[in-house]
Ligand binder design. Structure first.
Ligand SMILES: C[S@@+](CC[C@H](N)C(=O)[O-])C[C@H]1O[C@@H](n2cnc3c(N)ncnc32)[C@H](O)[C@@H]1O
Length: 194
């Protein structure tokens, strides 16, 4: 992660604190915790939600099976430009995750096997959480994998607790990782199967 990308991230947080939800990109330790649980062998279509400046993207690309399709949805135009610079081959849609089914149509896929997600769930309203999860369930196949993270301080906020309960309502299994202390701020990873 270059200094320029770190600066871009902080500036975007100052402009859009709720949408960005963090002052710095995730660490390589959190990226590792995000990708290590995924069963990569069964994946044909993988989507990244909210890649920001690409903290998880390189780890995803390194593990992606050769025949798998991969694309990302990132709503912030500055981050989309940074991603294009860093990963010129990556298919990036400057759209909300609420429109994931339209993006899948454009990609010519009807089902997704895994979603790796960097969205700031604890910063979202009840309506946003439900709208984004409902949209994902229009494309995530039964048995599909979903991995996302939560900052420690967000776990005690009403929206963070609501999101945790919501995961149990939507998914058949939900596991939490150990705390990843080497991240700003420290975080845990939720590992879910539909
Ligand atoms: C906490 S940052 C995480 C960025 C990156 N994954 C990381 O871990 O460093 C949240 C990201 O989600 C993006 N985002 C927020 N709401 C979104 C939405 N509705 N659709 C797509 N991306 C969104 C933000 O622009 C930002 O890049």
């Amino acid at each position: 992660m270059s200094l320029r990308e770190q600066r871009d991230f902080l500036v975007q947080f100052l402009f859009r604190p709720a949408g960005v939800g963090a002052v710095a990109p995730s660490s390589r330790h959190l990226a590792q915790a995000m990708v290590e649980w995924i069963d990569w062998s069964e994946l044909r279509v993988v989507v990244e939600y909210g890649p920001g400046t690409g903290a998880f993207t390189a780890d995803i690309l390194a593990r992606l099976p050769a025949e798998a399709r991969f694309f990302a949805l990132e709503i912030n135009p500055t981050f989309c430009e940074a991603l294009h610079r860093r990963f010129p081959e990556l298919r990036i849609y400057r759209q909300s995750v609420q429109e994931v089914d339209q993006v899948c149509q454009q990609e010519g896929v009807s089902q997704v096997d895994a979603v790796l997600c960097g969205l700031p769930w604890a910063a979202f309203s009840h309506r946003e959480q439900v709208a984004y999860l409902d949209a994902m369930f229009r494309v995530l196949r039964p048995g599909g994998q979903f991995v996302t993270f939560a900052y420690l301080q967000g776990l005690v906020l009403p929206a963070g607790r609501r999101f945790r309960r919501r995961l149990d309502e939507y998914f058949s299994t939900v596991e939490s990782s150990r705390t990843v202390w080497r991240n700003l701020p420290p975080a845990i990873v939720y590992r879910c199967r539909r």
